[in-house]
Design a protein around this ligand. Structure first.
Ligand SMILES: Cc1nc2c(=O)[nH]c(=O)nc-2n(C[C@H](O)[C@H](O)[C@H](O)CO)c1C
Length: 156
């Protein structure tokens, strides 16, 4: 039985963890979920490391929502470097799902983007654990999570 960690925040305006859990459960079986909610993105690195080292997660989804201000973007960058370090310290994937509030034109689009990016990365997490060949098949095809895929390009 694999264990999938989900770390989320109270700062986020959308319940990304529930979307991830719903998507994982409709994608397949063979895993259970450990959820850990913290105040914001800068608290995610240690939450993910605890999920991996203490709650024995095989992989973690880190769900956050950086605000639109410069200080929010600084926070997101600091959180991202922390998440990369946590991955290297533990040798486990932590898939960062950040939805920046200024990516969306209004609350409706922000909710759509939060839901779709989270669900698409939840499937990436499932694939990394159970179906790595599916990722290989999609190499170089311009996959995107949230908005439309960019699609592949060809030299001729
Ligand atoms: C400025 C700022 N911006 C954000 C943000 O855009 N998104 C977010 O999730 N959290 C933010 N935080 C809070 C920090 O991530 C963290 O929760 C606090 O500094 C407490 O450790 C802060 C302090």
């Amino acid at each position: 039985m694999k264990i999938i960690g989900i770390a989320d925040t109270t700062f986020a305006r959308f319940d990304m963890a529930s979307a991830a859990i719903n998507e994982l459960e409709r994608t397949g079986t063979g895993f259970r979920i450990e959820r850990y909610t913290v105040p914001g993105v800068k608290d995610l690195p240690v939450a993910c490391k605890i999920l991996i080292e203490e709650r024995k997660c095989d992989i973690v989804l880190a769900l956050g929502m950086p605000g639109p201000m410069e200080k929010d973007k600084m926070c997101a960058h600091e959180a991202s470097t922390g998440l990369i370090r946590a991955q290297l310290m533990t040798n486990k994937h932590i898939i960062e799902v950040f939805v920046h509030m200024d990516e969306a034109k209004d609350d409706k689009e922000l909710a759509f983007l939060s839901d779709s990016r989270t669900r698409e990365h939840a499937i990436n997490v499932y694939d990394l654990l159970f179906r790595p060949e599916k990722l290989r098949r999609n190499a170089g095809t311009g996959q995107r999570q949230g908005f439309a895929d960019a699609g592949p390009i060809r030299s001729r």
